[in-house]
Each structure stands twice: as structure tokens, then as C-alpha cells.
Design a protein around this ligand. Structure first.
Ligand code: HEC
Length: 149
């Protein structure tokens, strides 16, 4: 097994990947790489769902993607432990100096994607488009304050 793959507990359960944080033994560089990969994957999934929303596709057609984004939103706070401020990262120092602000931005992100998942499961395509705009606005709100360009 490759060392990186041992850092993660990825459990396949009824077709749903349970996505987990790096093990506590991971080095700062490994945690930074993992959080960037997590965000990159979220970005890819957002593009897929965004195209579906623009095409007015049924909300249920992107249920898998929405579920995975939502799972990943729940990890974000754990990806920024002390000791990962520097390295190959665009994280701003404000994440650590204004932790309450960062956590609040993360909580909004989680809450709005939780709502989106409920709507996707219900198959309410009209409500989905509106909630999609709200949920994705939480990405830029956090990047504006906590990510370097
Ligand atoms: C609570 C704050 C927060 C939220 C919410 C957030 N991000 Fe980020 N994101 C960050 C930070 C901080 C980084 C920089 C991480 C680093 O370089 O270590 C980042 C990095 C990224 C990256 C670059 C990954 C790479 O290749 O290095 C992408 C793409 C991204 N985010 C997409 C998104 C999308 C899409 C959403 C919403 C669905 C989102 N983010 C929500 C904080 C956030």
C-alpha cells in the first residue's frame, strides 16, 4: 500500500464513500496536501452540479455529487490544525488569528450544503436552483477572508 493511502480511512459502504480526515500522525505537509486535494475535489464537483443547474436538470440527477460535496464540507474545520499555517498553502494567517470567524464561515458552508442535500433528496428541482446559489455563495465568502489569491 502506498504511504499516502494509509493516511486515510476510506470506507465503502453501500456505494457511499465515507471520506475521512488524515490520521493524527500525518505531517503538516501531508495535511496541507490532503486539504488542498479535498478542496480541489469539491471544486470539480461544483462544476458538475453547476452545469446541471444551468441546464435545469432534475435535482436528483446530481444527488451523488451533492452528497459528496456535503460530506466534504463537514471535514473542512478539521483540515486547519495548528502547525499547518505555512508551507505550500494559500491559507491566510487569519484562519488561526480569527478562528471564531473562520469557524462561522465554515458553519454557514456546512449548513447551506446540508439544506441543499435535503432538497436534492426530495427532488425539488425549483428549490434546488435557488439553494444552489445560496450554498455556493459561502465558498467565495470564506475565500475572500481566509484564502490568499
Ligand atoms: C470555511 C472556508 C472555506 C470554504 C467555505 C470553502 N473554502 Fe475553498 N479553500 C479555503 C482555503 C483556506 C483554501 C486554501 C487551502 C490551502 O491552500 O491550504 C481553499 C482552497 C480551495 C481550492 C484550491 C485547492 C487547491 O488546488 O489548492 C478550491 C478549488 C476551492 N477551495 C474550492 C471551494 C469551493 C468550490 C467551495 C464551496 C463549495 C469552497 N472552496 C469553500 C477555504 C474555504
Amino acid at each position: 500500500m502506498k504511504p499516502m493511502s494509509m493516511l486515510f480511512a476510506a470506507v465503502a459502504l453501500m456505494g457511499t464513500a465515507l471520506i475521512a480526515l488524515p490520521a493524527s500522525s500525518a505531517t503538516p505537509d501531508e495535511i496541507i496536501a490532503a486539504r488542498r486535494a479535498n478542496q480541489k475535489r469539491v471544486g470539480e464537483l461544483v462544476k458538475v452540479v453547476d452545469a446541471a443547474v444551468k441546464a435545469n436538470a432534475a435535482a436528483t440527477s446530481v444527488l451523488d455529487q451533492v452528497k459528496e460535496i456535503d460530506d466534504r464540507t463537514h471535514l473542512i474545520k478539521g483540515y486547519f490544525p495548528a502547525g499547518t499555517e505555512t508551507g505550500d498553502t494559500k491559507a491566510r494567517p487569519e484562519i488561526w488569528s480569527n478562528r471564531a470567524g473562520f469557524d462561522a464561515a465554515a458553519d454557514r458552508y456546512v449548513a447551506e450544503f446540508d439544506k441543499l442535500l435535503v432538497i436534492a433528496k426530495a427532488g425539488d428541482t425549483a428549490a434546488f436552483g435557488a439553494q444552489w446559489a445560496t450554498a455556493t455563495s459561502t465558498c467565495g465568502a470564506c475565500h475572500r477572508d481566509f484564502r490568499n489569491k
